[in-house]
Design a protein around this ligand. Structure first.
Ligand code: ATR
Length: 280
């Protein structure tokens, strides 16, 4: 890491990046903790990723976040990648070490799990069976983190069965693949239902699932945060389930990154949540 007294720079590498709320989060914390620095967006096309990543250390950045389409492509450009990120197969956070080498992490799944625990402190990954819908990159991060944190049974349903099988192979023995058509039966007895498909996000059709079999005490999480309440979360809330949207993931994945870059584990306060809400 650079001299802690110097102006600290971090940012997001992606293509495109304009939609990101990460600058609001990190710049809010920099101001709140009186740390001189700035978090910025860097639009980096795929063919310039290598040059950009080399530039991070050369220019004295504290580190960066990485988003689509660079989360996998960045692997060979890093000096080391931690175990969880390796299992997930994607990096979302890079830390520039004191010696200028680069370490990759993935805080997305742990951020989601933490946001669920914030919403219902009694819930833990091993409280009961879990149903995860979707098998893209976000699903893989969530499934790997749930397994790493002690989940005993993760039912995984995806329209494309092969992609669910790939996650089951990559993660561990606790993942049971369920055909997409059987997703409602798979709600029996779950302690958590998590939507990691894009269904229900702005401009997409809603997720079709009857919650008739979902236990009333189950948590319902959706990785989507635009809109803040998907039709799935609205229906779950109306029948009495505790619900969590994807903003909790965004905020909780940012905490360990900020800590690694700037040396303070920041808090998620009502003022920060308000600052994010103001961007919608
Ligand atoms: P991310 O990186 O955010 O996870 P993604 O990789 O595009 O995004 O994954 C989107 C997920 O939504 C996938 O699980 C996808 O299912 P497929 O693997 O079958 O493509 C799911 N999804 C998108 N549209 C869907 C639809 N109309 N019906 C069912 N699942 C859908």
């Amino acid at each position: 890491m650079a001299d802690p007294n110097s102006f600290g720079i971090a940012g997001l590498l992606g293509w495109p990046v304009a939609h990101s709320r990460s600058p609001v989060i990190h710049n809010h914390w920099l101001a709140h903790y009186g740390i001189p620095g700035r978090y910025m967006l860097f639009g980096v096309p795929p063919e310039r990723l290598e040059a950009a990543v080399h530039g991070i250390a050369v220019l004295g950045f504290r580190g960066c976040n990485v988003t689509t389409p660079h989360k996998q492509a960045i692997f060979p450009l890093l000096d080391r990648v931690d175990d969880l990120a390796r299992r997930i197969g994607a990096v979302n956070t890079v830390v520039v070490e004191k010696d200028g080498t680069l370490t990759g992490f993935n805080n997305d799944g742990n951020g989601f799990v933490q946001s669920l625990r914030d919403a219902d402190p009694r819930w833990r990954p091993d409280t009961g069976p879990i149903l995860v819908l979707g098998a893209g990159g976000a699903s893989r991060a969530v499934v790997a983190s749930l397994a790493a944190q002690g989940a005993k049974e993760i039912r995984l349903a995806n329209r494309t069965l092969d992609k669910a099988n790939e996650i089951a192979d990559a993660v561990s023995g606790v993942v049971k693949v369920v055909p997409w058509e059987k997703r409602e039966e798979a709600l029996d007895g779950v302690a958590l239902l998590a939507n990691a498909t894009s269904l229900g996000s702005a401009g997409k059709p809603p997720l079709e699932i009857s919650l008739y079999r979902l236990p009333k005490g189950a948590l319902v999480g959706d990785l989507i945060y635009v809109p803040p309440e998907t039709p799935l979360l609205a229906e779950a809330r109306k029948r009495g389930n505790v619900t969590v949207n994807g903003l909790g993931l965004l905020l909780n994945q940012a905490r360990p990154a900020f800590n690694a870059w700037f040396g303070v584990m920041p808090e998620i306060t009502p003022a920060l949540k308000q600052a994010i809400a103001a961007t919608f």
